[in-house]
Design a protein around this ligand. Sequence first.
Ligand code: GLN
Length: 280
Amino acid sequence: MKTTVQAALTAAIQKLVMSETARIDAEIILGYCLSKELSYLYTWPEAILSDEQLRCFNAYIERRWLGEPVAYITGYRDFWNQRLIVSENVLIPRPETELLVERSLKRLGPVEVLSVADLGTGTGAIAIAIASERPLCNITATDVSHANLSLACKNANVYNLENIHFILSNWLTSLKDKTFHVIISNPPYIVKNDIHLTTGDVRYEPEEALVSDENGLSDIRIIIRDSKRALKNGGWLLIEHGYDQSRDVQDIFKQYGYTGIGSYKDLNGWPRITEGQIYY
Ligand code: GLN
């Protein structure tokens, strides 16, 4: 008996029933096995899968069922307007980080030639989104890992973005002689041994990208402290943090003399981004 797109999806969704994202996961995996966009699946539910396609689909659905993130199975994740290659050494870009991009674009304004840093770029998601929206801006993207930087660079090359420079740096340590109008970061901010780390996709992601000392605030503190000298007068720092960290993060911003401090909610209603401005 031949298996149709519709039948393959129905069976997979049943198997993945424990996951909230069963339908979209099954669709992305099937699209990947067929090398088609999701619109193909909706348009051609009666299309027949070849034996090889069905074998591929079942094997990947099995991996998903065991818990592996879809992005590590397919090797990519869509973020903003780009499709990014991911590896098991980087954080998988999250929808809430698009809020960080939105706020940063507001701070950058529409047309000025400004310098921007994305600290701990991972896949390059933030830097690439900003570079594509603001072609006149110069973006510096850093990561502490050489492998991650070459992945981010590969992702940028897909979109022919020539306004990003990639620099190996532990936060701002290798950027001593540079200053920026806007600094952006989605650093690790989860508390060590947080129960959240034992469930879902994060189990597969690198701990260095997730966990930070000092109740999850250690890296955030370093970034706020060091951005103070790396920001131009009137420059903005925007940071993503945990759903329950906005008050602590605001306090750190205050402690280092930032003004205009504000937090912004993600799609789930959690204050997820905090920003502040430096004047001297
Ligand atoms: N938002 C991610 C999570 O809670 C963590 C990302 C990060 O540490 N920057 O799974």
